[in-house]
Write a protein that binds this ligand. Structure first.
Ligand code: GN1
Ligand code: MG
Length: 356
């Protein structure tokens, strides 16, 4: 999915009436939606906003998605002292814009003085990531009923994701199976992992479901977490899924698409920082069972995302944005290498969690 033609981008930017539209530039590294930083002129000077085109091929019910985002941002901003995400409104008063080309747009306030990272840089940074997503879970824990919409059903459901991979292997629509035999073997050998968290009797929570390192905004000077972003997949889930995605992205100091696999390693000290931050934020509500399965969550989610990248590679890259034809295979390889690294250190990681 390429970037938008300038005219529909500009029209969308103008619809959110924050001032006189000046410019828009692509922003961030999301694999799904298209994001832009927009500048507006106002009587008080230039203001920025984050404008996003929702990928409605993947988020097939943008209204249900926006209902979730609205409820969650309202809830958090009402109790949050610092910066929080807020939806901006169009001149007609809506937060979701459907344009003439059938594109869905929404717009957030732009959080100032922050940075986000593609690779973790220190245990102290991992601590901030754990603190931030754990804090998010804590803040939404008392969201009033009803249950949130499931924006993507079965999002972290292991058997469903694995079945999609098996189907891609059997059909081989892009003729790529022969180029991924080692990865396919790795996945098939771990099929039982897909059931691991399902029968553990863990409580349903409201979770973020995309707890990537780059979804935490850190203050550019202090390095402290300011807020978490990317609320599209906030829905019912398990704490272990969120912790798992943090293990996946914030304990390995390499990019998700690194091609030098010798750099892929679950770093114990960084993990300790992450676990400390997370358990500090969640101390008031995490149960013993949930705590016991956090490391399994790391192994599971890293495997699951690897399975998704592999299935997309075999299917001819229909889901994740790519920069080159082997991109999803490169991503799958880092994930599987990281799974192996977690498996080697799992006992030690679990001892560490229990010591906290
Ligand atoms: C996608 O677009 P982004 O980068 O926030 C994906 C996540 C994956 C992630 C892998 C809706 O997130 O589930 O973990 O890529 N989002 C969706 O980097 O599928
Ligand atoms: Mg996302």
């Amino acid at each position: 999915m390429g970037l938008m033609k300038n005219d529909s981008l500009t029209a969308a930017a103008r619809a959110f009436s924050l001032g006189r539209f000046l410019s828009a530039e692509p922003w961030g590294n999301g694999h799904i939606n298209d994001s832009y930083r927009v500048q507006y002129a106002t009587p008080d000077g230039v203001v920025h906003a984050l404008l996003q085109r929702i990928n409605h091929r993947i988020f097939t019910n943008p209204q249900a998605l926006m209902e979730n985002v609205q409820r969650v941002t309202d809830h958090i901003s009402a109790k949050c002292a610092g910066h929080a995400l807020l939806l901006q409104r169009t001149a007609e008063g809506g937060t979701l814009l459907l344009d003439a080309g059938g594109n869905y747009w929404r717009c957030f306030n732009f959080i100032p003085d922050v940075v986000s990272y593609e690779k973790v840089t220190s245990p102290a940074q991992a601590y901030q990531v754990g603190l931030a997503f754990g804090g998010f879970q804590r803040e939404v824990a008392d969201l009033p009923a009803p249950r949130l919409n499931e924006t993507i059903p079965n999002f972290h459901h292991g058997p469903t994701r694995f079945a999609a991979l098996e189907q891609a292997i059997a059909r081989d629509p892009a003729g790529r199976v022969a180029s991924a035999l080692a990865e396919i073997d790795f996945a098939l050998a771990r099929k039982p992992l897909t059931e691991l968290l399902l029968n553990a009797g863990l409580p349903e929570r409201i979770t973020h479901n995309d707890c990537k390192l780059n979804n935490v905004l850190l203050h550019q000077e202090s390095g402290e977490s300011v807020c978490v972003v990317d609320l599209d997949t906030v829905m019912p889930g398990l704490l272990a899924y969120d912790f798992g995605d943090m293990v996946r992205t914030a304990t390995c100091a390499a990019a998700e698409d690194e091609t030098d696999l010798s750099l892929i390693h679950m770093e114990m000290e960084t993990f300790a920082g992450l676990a400390r931050g997370y358990l500090k934020s969640t101390a008031g509500f995490i149960t013993r069972d949930e705590k016991e399965l956090l490391v399994s969550g790391g192994r599971f989610i890293t495997f699951l995302i690897g399975v998704r990248f592999l299935a997309d590679y075999l299917s001819g890259d229909t889901y994740f944005k790519i920069d080159h034809p082997r991109h999803n295979l490169d991503r799958c390889r880092t994930q599987f290498r990281l799974v192996a690294s977690i498996e080697k250190q799992q006992a030690e990681m679990e001892r560490l969690i229990q010591s906290l």
